[in-house]
Design a protein around this ligand. Structure first.
Ligand SMILES: Cc1cc2nc3c(=O)[nH]c(=O)nc-3n(C[C@H](O)[C@H](O)[C@H](O)COP(=O)(O)OP(=O)(O)OC[C@H]3O[C@@H](n4cnc5c(N)ncnc54)[C@H](O)[C@@H]3O)c2cc1C
Length: 598
């Protein structure tokens, strides 16, 4: 059997463009699902945007019920628990297209199907799954996830909520305070994390909630938020809430692991959930830009606006390429583990865990991409963008949360690098050999041959492989300098993480486009090729800046000079791309089509 790439290995291996999934690969069933969702959103959500902005919490519940009736809540739930049993890519597709019109819907959907349902699917006993999953998959019940506390946010394992075993050993009494709980206002089930005695790690419990028989559970008022205004977000107070012992999820003390693994899924799904919002924002922006006349000219004809449209589209296209690439890698891993005899549950858990690094990178890039797109969307609308009467204002407010929940972007940047180092130390990935090779090559004389770059993307692929060398050079030096203390050097780690993000996104975008060209023609893919090249140009610039910062903080004298020379060599094009010309091509395509059309 072909061995699949491991999580994090993209930094040391090349990927064949034919081995990645692109949205043009959606099969008939997936295309039908996509159409059904887009139709649902256009009919049930987009026309009622003002109801979300006016904090109509009941309306979100209605939409979620309808989504349940349409089967959208159970896409990745196995058929034996009332779902459709579709694979990971399909689950990503639904998250993507259901999230385009309102951050409130996207958040309610993501919290319910992700962190509200997945922990039971991944860690539940057969009885727990039989009892709860069909209700969650159909939308009869909704789920919430209670991890965060007033004093336990990013430091999630430090929660004070207690679970005390009853004398007869039949139930736990949970007491404590949770905050920022999505879907709290209309959920019937909560995944609650609490500490038993003085355990090092928290434990997860499945807690039923019925407002007519609250069992010690009270809800705070709805939080007044910057965005996702109709998404229910409340504090949840537990006062001796009785939970049968059989409602422990997995084992005592396993809660932190469950929380982390649930967040892995949550992260990649949040990233994919930013895509359709991005596509719609670009479409609304270009429509406006084509109609708005200033100086007797549609503003879309101005270079300053073309710049924005091109950069916005490039970020979304890049994020899409990367999300579906990772989704396929995860699906492959799940299939591989299934073939080895693991249960669906174990395979899914381990498959996603394997790509935890990519999930963290995607979350950061996707959430920052949508923020950028929404911000530039406002700018294209000018004063009208600042008005509640246009969709840009709410898109901007809704986008902001994505950088905070599912682990802040700071935490995800730090985590991505530390997870990579852990994998290397455990021997899961051999970073050492390629890092030493890079170190040795720095002392050698560079080749002055002029390679043949006539094949599409041959130079770009070489640049990507050089960016990987730049990363290995910097990461290697950082480990050598700080050893086990490296995690404390956060600014340095953040710079290294930035290179990881740029490499993954740039490579995925090139691979997607190469795959696309292979099934059509270079002429038909002119704008996509331009986006792949522009994205790489931006990635090189960012890597240069972050790389330089890391090098000058890590080294001095001759060594510093040698590393800076290395960085220069690793970020050098033979034929510099022309970013202005590339942006013109991309923007013109969007302007001509009057929509995001990729
Ligand atoms: C609208 C909304 C919905 C939410 N939904 C849920 C939910 O359904 N369930 C749930 O359990 N939680 C939920 N959350 C909570 C969310 O996950 C947390 O807000 C988030 O994890 C950050 O925690 P915090 O707010 O306590 O910030 P803090 O942890 O206090 O962080 C504050 C700042 O410090 C930085 N920081 C913290 N620690 C470090 C560190 N070690 N190194 C470097 N920087 C650090 C952070 O990046 C951030 O910039 C939600 C939050 C919001 C706003």
């Amino acid at each position: 059997m072909k061995s699949n790439i491991k999580g994090g290995e993209f930094l040391i291996k090349e990927t064949d463009c034919n081995n990645i999934f692109i949205i043009e690969d959606f099969n008939e069933e997936q295309l039908m699902m996509k159409e059904a969702i887009q139709d649902f959103i256009d009919r049930e959500v987009w026309p009622y945007k003002n109801r979300f902005e006016n904090k109509d919490y009941k309306f979100i519940e209605e939409i979620m019920k309808k989504a349940g009736e349409m089967g959208f809540l159970g896409v990745s739930v196995p058929e034996e628990y009332g779902g459709m049993g579709m694979g990971f890519i399909s689950a990503m597709l639904v998250c993507d297209y259901i999230s385009g019109a309102s951050g409130s819907v996207s958040t309610a959907y993501g919290a319910h199907t992700g962190i509200g349902t997945m922990p039971i699917l991944m860690y539940g006993t057969e009885d727990q799954k039989q009892k709860y999953i069909p209700k969650l998959a159909s939308g009869e019940w909704f789920g919430a996830y209670c991890l965060t506390e007033p004093d336990a946010g990013s430091d999630a394992n430090s929660g004070k909520t207690k679970a005390v075993l009853s004398e007869d050993g039949k139930y736990y009494s949970i007491t404590g305070q949770k905050m920022w709980i999505t879907n709290a206002g209309f959920c019937s089930l909560m995944i609650v994390f609490a500490r038993i005695e003085d355990d090092k790690n928290i434990t997860a419990f499945i807690v039923e909630y019925d407002s007519s028989n609250p069992n010690g559970i009270t809800l705070g008022e709805e939080e007044k938020k910057l965005g996702i205004r109709a998404s229910s977000t409340r504090q949840v107070f537990f006062s001796e809430t009785k939970v049968p012992v059989e409602n422990i999820l997995s084992k005592r003390g396993e809660g932190f692991k469950i929380a982390l693994n649930s967040l892995n899924v949550g992260r990649i799904k949040l990233s994919v959930a930013c895509l359709e919002a991005g596509r719609r924002t670009i479409t609304e922006s270009v429509k406006y830009a084509n109609e708005r006349i200033q100086f007797k000219t549609p503003i879309s004809q101005f270079g300053a606006i073309k710049y924005k449209l091109a950069e916005m589209a490039t970020k979304i296209y890049s994020s899409e390429s990367s999300n579906y690439r990772a989704a396929k890698d995860i699906q492959n891993k799940i299939d591989e583990l299934r073939a080895k005899g693991l249960s669906h549950q174990e395979a899914e858990l381990k498959g996603i865990e394997e790509f935890a690094i990519e999930c963290a990178l995607l979350k950061v890039f996707g959430s920052e991409a949508i923020q950028f797109v929404a911000d530039e969307g406002i700018q294209i609308f000018g004063g009208m963008g600042f008005s509640e009467d246009t969709p840009m204002e709410s898109a901007w407010r809704d986008a902001r949360i994505a950088r905070i929940y599912e682990g802040t972007n700071e935490i995800n940047r730090l985590l991505s690098f530390s997870m990579l180092l852990k994998k290397a130390m455990k021997g899961d990935i051999d970073l050492m050999t390629p890092a030493m090779e890079v170190g040795n090559s720095l002392m050698g004389i560079p080749s002055f041959d002029t390679p043949d770059y006539s094949v599409l993307f041959s130079e770009e692929k070489e640049i990507i492989s050089k960016l990987k060398k730049a990363f290995l050079m910097i990461a290697g030096k950082a480990v050598q300098t700080y050893g086990m203390e490296l995690a404390k050097e956060q600014q340095l780690v953040m710079s290294a993480a930035e290179l990881m993000i740029e490499i993954y996104m740039a490579e995925s975008t090139i691979l997607k486009t190469e795959n696309l060209v292979n099934r059509s023609t270079i002429a038909e893919c002119e704008a996509q090729i331009a986006m792949a090249k522009l994205n790489l140009f931006n990635a090189v610039e960012i890597s240069n800046k972050k790389g330089k910062e890391a090098i000058v903080s890590l080294s001095e004298g001759d060594e510093q000079r040698m590393m800076l020379m290395g960085l220069k060599r690793f970020t050098k094009y033979t034929n510099n791309p022309n970013p202005i010309a590339l942006r013109k091509v991309i923007a013109q395509k969007i302007i001509d089509e009057n929509s995001y059309c990729f």
